[in-house]
Write a protein of this length. Structure first.
Length: 369
């Protein structure tokens, strides 16, 4: 083979390889998934974990910045900050969206949190105003990134897993809002005894209360949910026990959930049991009554378009005297993504402040499809 032929053949291969590299790079770039990232992160939110008289308006703000690659026309940024166990949308001029500049950069204001999240979303995406778990990629969410706030973060105890009535439950941990009140949830305040009963405790002292909540590790769907309770007539007026089915999405006034609420909401003369299909402010979604001291089984039968709440005397539904029943047929949510929570906490807006530690015992939880 002559030398000129070898040189010519080598040159041809070089051109071909260069073409493949260039076209390969172009193909990879055009097919790569969009990304979103932070370039400037806000400070971590610092607040006394036991502070109870805090509202969302107390939070300070800061500026965050970032960059998007591969965004399509019309796509925008949604920013979240996580504080008190929930992710809240950071509004921009009363809108949840931040526009992307022509060079892919974005800049916006956030309320301070322990963590921050930026989501690249489609034009039609409707972000939840508050949520315990961030949306995942899909259904209008194109890409997301999560970062910790700058500087030292508040110490939050680690959750733990409990086995109760044949199910796994996760304890809540750290400061969280429940029923309009900010409480500090301590996993040490939830445990099961040698007979398998669940204990929930409010511990501490005025100004430094620690409370308890457990959440079922999975969603069960339509069916009957029963809670066998020991006597709770000893509870102080501002101690509140809630039996809830909720997906963690929505504000206090907009979230969709089913509640059995046991307590007097800080007033001695109040009724002590509420059945609620949230939101509570709709008159047809609320029923209240009073039960005398004793053990009761509270339950709800959840079906498409309706839910029947019941309270029966004793520690089981069979043969017990029915104290109250109420059928709701308006605004009943579907069970998709919703799991059971049992919470015991302090209602701080009542007339009679909590003075002592309180404890409740739930003997059994039962679910029947």
């Amino acid at each position: 083979m002559s030398r000129p032929y070898i040189l010519a053949h080598t040159a041809t291969l070089s051109v071909l390889l260069m073409y493949l590299v260039l076209t390969g790079c172009h193909s990879s770039s055009s097919n790569s998934a969009p990304t979103v990232a932070f370039s400037k992160v806000a400070a971590a939110y610092q607040e006394d974990p036991n502070k109870a008289d805090i509202t969302e308006r107390d939070y300070k703000t800061d500026i965050v910045e970032g960059r998007v690659t591969g965004a399509r026309p019309g796509q925008r940024i949604v920013l979240y900050a996580k504080t008190d166990g929930r992710w809240g949308v950071c509004q921009q001029s009363d809108q949840p969206f931040t526009n992307i500049e022509s060079d892919g950069r974005w800049k916006a204001s956030v309320h301070l949190g322990l963590q921050y999240a930026t989501l690249l979303v489609d034009p039609t995406y409707d972000p939840p105003q508050q949520t315990e778990s961030l949306p995942i990629v899909g259904n209008g969410v194109v890409a997301l990134a999560v970062v910790n706030g700058e500087g030292p973060a508040s110490l939050v105890p680690s959750p733990k897993i409990l086995n109760f009535s044949g199910y796994e439950w996760t304890t809540s941990a750290g400061p969280m809002f429940r029923a309009g009140s900010r409480n500090f949830f301590d996993p040490a305040n939830a445990w099961t005894d040698e007979r398998g009963a669940l204990h929930l405790r409010i511990s501490g002292s005025p100004g430094k209360w620690a409370v308890a909540e457990v959440k079922l590790a999975r969603s069960l769907g339509y069916g009957t949910y029963s809670f066998q309770m020991r006597d709770v007539s000893h509870l102080e007026p501002s101690a509140l026990l809630t039996l809830v089915a909720w997906d963690g999405i929505g504000t206090e006034s907009t979230r969709r959930e089913l509640d059995v609420e046991l307590g007097r909401w800080g007033y001695l003369e109040n009724t002590n049991v509420n059945y609620v299909v949230q939101p509570y402010y709709v008159p047809a979604n609320f029923a209240a009554f009073r039960v005398p001291p004793g053990a009761y089984t509270h339950s709800f039968r959840w079906e498409p378009g309706q839910v029947m709440f019941s309270t029966v005397a004793g520690s089981g539904n069979a043969g017990g005297r029915v104290i109250s029943q109420h059928l709701f047929t308006s605004g009943v949510p579907s069970p998709e993504g919703k799991s059971v929570r049992i919470g015991f906490f302090v209602f701080h807006q009542g007339k009679i402040p909590l003075k002592n530690e309180n404890e409740v015992i739930i003997d059994k939880f039962e679910y029947l499809p």
